[in-house]
Design a protein around this ligand. Structure first.
Ligand code: IMP
Length: 427
C-alpha cells in the first residue's frame, strides 16, 4: 500500500499542487490520472513560481517520475509549450512518462468546445480547451490515442476517417470554417515525434512500482464537485477527479492506496456556471477574492466566492473516501469579524444535510450556517497550530470535527513554507 491520492474536494483551485509537492518530495512517482490542460496548478519552489496545466506537478521535484496516465487527455501543442517553459526555468523533463493509452485533444475538439459554448443557451462555462469533446470521442470510440499519434501511418488513417465528420459538424451545425487535413497531419506527426521518447505503458510501469512498494502520489485535477458522476452535473468537467478516477485513469487497484487526502480552502470558490449554495455577492466576497488572488490560472476569470460548505464537503468525504484533510488559504479569512460554515440546507421547509443531485433543486434553497468568531491577526508567519489565534484554531478544529476527517495540514499563505503539517505525510 504505497499510493496516496490527493484530490481537490471543492470546485477545483484548492491548492492541490502544493500538497502534492509535500508528498512528492519523498515519492518515486507523481501521476495525473484525469483532465487535461484545463487544470491550473500554481507551485512555488523558493521564490520561483511555476504555473502548470498539462504537466504533473511532480515534474518540479528532481529524482522522481512525472506520469501522465491513460485517463488524461493531452493537447500535444500545449504540453510541448509547457515543457519548453519549465525547461527555460531550469527543470529537466527526462523523468516525464506519457501513457500510450491517453487520448489526444485534437484541433477540432477545441473548435467544437468553443462553438458549443457560443451556441448553446445552457453554457457550462468550460475552459474551451477541448476537454469535453475529447472525452466524448473517447467514450464514443472515435478518439485518437497517444499510441496512434506517434505512429504516422495509423494517425493519418484515423485522421482521414474522422476529420470529415468533424468538419461536417463545424460547418453545418455551427457555421465555422473546416479544418485542413494536411495542416493537422504535418503538425501533429511532428509533435508526436517530439513526445515519442516519453511515451510508454504507464499502467504497467506503475504496477511494477507499487508491487515493489515504491511511493506513488496520484494528483487529481479540478475537484470533486466538478466530477462528471458526483459533481453538480451538467456544470462539471468530463472526467472523474474523485479518488475512484485513479483506478481507471492510472490503471491501479484500490488496495494499492494508503490514504486519500482531500484538499480544501478555508472558504469556497468556483469558476464557470452552476450551483453554488454558499456564494456571496458582497464586500466579503470582494475581500476574499482580492486577498486570495481568486482569478483563474488558465482563463484568468474572476472566481465566484462563498463560505465553506460542509454539506458539499461531506459529499466529497463520502464519494472519495477521504482519510485526511489539508486546509489551505486560512490567512485569507483574517480580518473578518465572523466566519461561517454551511452545515445543512433547507428546501421547502425540509432540512437537508446531504448534497442534492438535481440542478433545479437549488432554486429557493436556504443555507443553514454555523457562525464562528473571526480573528484579526496577520497569521501569514505562523508555523505551529498552537500559535494560531484561538479563533482560527477553533475554525480548523470545527471543520475537521464536522467532516469527521483528521487534519493533515493548514496553510497561511501560498508558499510551501507557509503550509504546516500536523502529521508526517508518509507513514
Ligand atoms: P472543462 O473542464 O473545460 O470542460 O470545463 C467544465 C467546468 O469545469 C467549467 O465550469 C470549468 O470552469 C471547470 N474547470 C475545469 N478545470 C478547472 C480547474 O482546474 N479549476 C476550476 N474549475 C475548472
Amino acid at each position: 500500500m504505497s499510493g496516496i491520492i490527493v484530490v481537490g474536494s471543492q470546485w477545483g483551485d484548492e491548492g492541490k499542487g502544493k500538497i502534492v509537492d509535500f508528498f512528492a518530495e519523498q515519492a518515486d512517482a507523481v501521476v495525473r490520472y484525469q483532465g487535461g490542460n484545463n487544470a491550473g496548478h500554481t507551485i512555488w519552489h523558493g521564490d520561483t513560481k511555476f504555473e502548470l496545466s498539462a504537466l504533473p506537478s511532480g515534474i518540479i521535484t528532481p529524482g522522481q517520475l512525472a506520469i501522465l496516465g491513460n485517463g488524461v487527455v493531452i493537447n500535444p501543442e500545449a504540453l510541448l509549450k509547457e515543457i519548453a517553459e519549465v525547461e527555460a526555468q531550469g527543470i529537466s523533463i527526462e523523468n516525464l512518462r506519457i501513457s500510450n493509452r491517453a487520448h489526444v485533444i485534437m484541433p477540432y475538439h477545441i473548435e467544437l468546445d468553443r462553438a458549443a459554448e457560443q451556441a448553446t443557451s445552457n453554457r457550462i462555462g468550460t475552459t474551451k480547451k477541448g476537454i469535453g469533446p475529447a472525452y466524448t470521442d473517447k467514450i464514443s470510440r472515435v478518439g485518437i490515442r497517444i499510441a496512434d499519434l506517434i505512429d504516422p501511418e495509423v494517425f493519418g488513417q484515423l485522421l482521414k476517417e474522422y476529420l470529415p465528420f468533424k468538419n461536417q459538424q463545424l460547418t453545418k451545425l455551427y457555421g465555422k470554417e473546416p479544418l485542413d487535413y494536411d495542416e493537422i497531419y504535418q503538425k501533429y506527426v511532428d509533435m508526436g515525434q517530439q513526445l515519442a521518447p516519453y511515451v510508454t505503458d504507464t499502467a504497467y510501469l506503475l504496477g511494477k512500482m507499487l508491487r515493489a512498494d515504491k511511493r506513488v502520489v496520484f494528483e487529481g485535477a479540478q475537484g470533486v464537485m466538478l466530477d462528471v458522476d458526483h459533481g453538480t452535473y451538467p456544470y462539471v468537467t468530463s472526467s472523474n477527479p474523485t479518488a475512484g478516477g485513479v483506478m481507471n485513469g492510472a490503471g491501479v487497484g484500490p488496495k494499492q492506496i494508503q490514504d486519500v487526502v482531500g484538499v480544501i480552502k478555508a472558504y469556497t470558490s468556483r469558476v464557470g456556471a452552476g450551483p453554488f449554495p454558499t456564494e456571496l455577492h458582497d464586500e466579503i466576497a470582494d475581500h476574499i477574492r482580492e486577498i486570495g488572488h481568486e482569478y483563474g490560472v488558465v482563463t484568468k476569470r474572476p472566481r465566484r466566492i462563498g463560505w465553506l460548505d460542509a454539506v458539499a464537503l461531506r459529499h466529497a468525504v463520502q464519494v472519495s473516501g477521504l482519510t485526511k484533510l489539508a486546509i489551505n488559504s486560512l490567512d485569507v479569512l483574517s480580518g473578518l469579524d465572523e466566519v461561517k460554515i454551511a452545515t445543512s440546507y433547507s428546501h421547502k421547509g425540509e432540512r437537508v444535510d446531504h448534497f442534492p443531485a438535481s440542478d433545479t433543486w437549488f432554486e429557493g434553497l436556504d443555507v443553514n450556517y454555523e457562525t464562528l468568531p473571526g480573528w484579526q491577526e496577520d497569521i501569514t508567519g505562523v508555523e505551529h497550530f498552537e500559535d494560531l489565534p484561538k479563533n482560527a484554531q477553533n475554525y480548523l478544529t470545527r471543520i475537521a470535527e464536522i467532516l469527521d476527517v483528521d487534519l493533515l495540514s493548514f496553510a497561511v499563505g501560498p508558499t510551501p513554507e507557509q503550509t504546516h503539517l500536523l502529521t508526517p505525510v508518509w507513514q
